[in-house]
Design a protein around this ligand. Structure first.
Ligand code: AMP
Length: 400
């Protein structure tokens, strides 16, 4: 990250897209906490800080009269909490790149922090507008991008804006640097055995990641809804389980590739099955390839969990993306929470663990084991794309 920022105005793109309840209380401030090291470092160098972020999707969720729901999506409700965390009063700009932002940025002094209104209140943000990017760039001398969660998007505040700063006036922040280092560590030089755990709903969302992992990983442990497309491809009976009929050939190809590359791709031998999609459904343990027509697999079963745990505890590098069952239902969260426990134990023993993807992150939080994981990514989609080998435009633009 850039240094020698004394006396400079530094515009930092952060990801403050935090969940707020109906009274505007922040229900999870992880994203704000993760942005603090960069903000504090810039302040400690004697610079002033201008923060900008998106919050939700205000252009998609407009009020009935077609106007932006300012009250619902305003960043002003973050000011109190942010002021406490930064131990100074945070100034708020009522617009993103208008007169108020311009005036307040102009008057900003060393050590002061200005928070701009939601970048997505501006139509040009998602469209990557040059006009908006140019206005934002005028507010500061230096630009730092620390919003990993939106690094895969070509938005005005993450991508287009980089054009308006010289190479020595822009950089990535500490959070993005750490995200990339963790992903590179696991993909470029993993200590072995390297185990990847993949869950989530559909195989179709993870095809590229699976393909990529087959080049690196030693074990690929499959769970979640995608299990049943693989099981069916091997002529198993999956009952009413989630199934992507159109991807049966693909599932077979992936299993063949795994075999060719000496990757042990494991499917859960048993599943916790339900007679309907609810927490209160009758819970039965079934062989994953013999699920009767009236049942559906909603979690990995106890035998599978035992096998997966043994492998995880022997691993030196672990990548986990996606829950192994419908963990939102307490009765079908055992597999996911058991895996979380095993990943934490393996990390205690010295393994490097990286958890990426929104739902596996919620699962690890639910289990209270966050502190025992080497790195928890703040960017679900962005991390997935990076691991797949895609260049993230906002990062490439800084380095160009
Ligand atoms: P993803 O966004 O692809 O990581 O998928 C996460 C979602 O997959 C979560 O909401 C889970 O409830 C869901 N999921 C996990 N396992 C299953 C399953 N066996 N059947 C249906 N949905 C599942």
């Amino acid at each position: 990250m850039l240094s020698n920022l004394s006396g400079k105005k530094v515009l930092i793109r952060v990801d403050f897209n935090v969940p707020l309840d109906k009274d505007h209380n922040i229900s999870d401030d992880t994203r704000i906490i993760k942005a603090l090291p960069t903000i504090n470092k810039v302040l400690s160098e004697g610079a002033s800080v201008i923060l900008m972020s998106h919050l939700g999707r205000p252009q998609k969720k407009k009020k009935e009269d077609g106007s932006i729901d300012v009250d619902k999506f305003s960043l002003r409700y973050l000011v109190g909490h942010l002021s406490k965390l930064l131990e100074r009063d945070v100034i708020f700009s009522n617009d993103t790149a208008g007169q108020d932002a311009f005036d307040k940025a102009l008057r900003l002094e060393s050590g002061q922090v200005l928070l701009l209104e939601n970048t997505r209140f501006e139509k040009g943000e998602s469209a990557g507008s040059e006009e908006l990017a140019a206005k934002l760039a005028k507010l500061a001398d230096v630009y730092i991008n620390d919003a990993f969660g939106t690094a895969h998007r070509k938005h005005a505040s993450t991508y287009t804006i980089t054009k308006y700063f010289e190479k020595e006036e822009k950089s990535l922040g500490l959070l993005i640097e750490a995200e990339i280092q963790s992903a590179d560590k696991i993909m470029n030089s993993p200590r072995r055995p390297f185990t990847s755990i993949l869950g989530g709903a559909k195989v179709s969302d993870k095809i590229q990641l699976i393909e990529k992992l087959l080049d690196f990983t030693d074990y690929l442990l499959i769970g979640g809804g995608m299990t049943y497309t693989f099981v069916k491809a091997k002529n198993g009976e999956v009952g009413k389980s989630l199934l992507e009929e159109e991807h049966l050939d693909l599932a077979n190809e992936l299993m063949q590739k795994a075999q060719d590359r000496n990757v042990e791709l494991l499917l859960p031998v048993d599943s916790a099955c339900a007679d309907n999609f609810s927490n209160d459904a009758q819970r039965t343990i079934c062989n994953s390839n013999q699920i009767s027509a009236d049942l559906m697999g909603l979690d990995i079963g106890p035998e599978a969990l035992k096998t997966y745990k043994d492998i995880i505890l022997r691993s030196k590098s672990i990548l986990w993306n996606g829950p192994l069952g419908v963990f939102e239902f307490e009765n079908f969260a055992h597999g996911t929470l058991g895996i979380a426990q095993a990943v934490a134990e393996a990390t205690d023993k010295g393994a490097f663990s990286l958890i990426g993807g929104g739902d596996s992150v919620s699962a690890i939080k639910k289990s209270g084991l966050e502190d025992r994981i080497s790195f928890i990514s703040t960017g679900g989609g962005a991390m997935l794309k990076y691991l797949e080998g895609t260049t993230l435009p906002a990062i490439a633009a800084i380095n160009a």
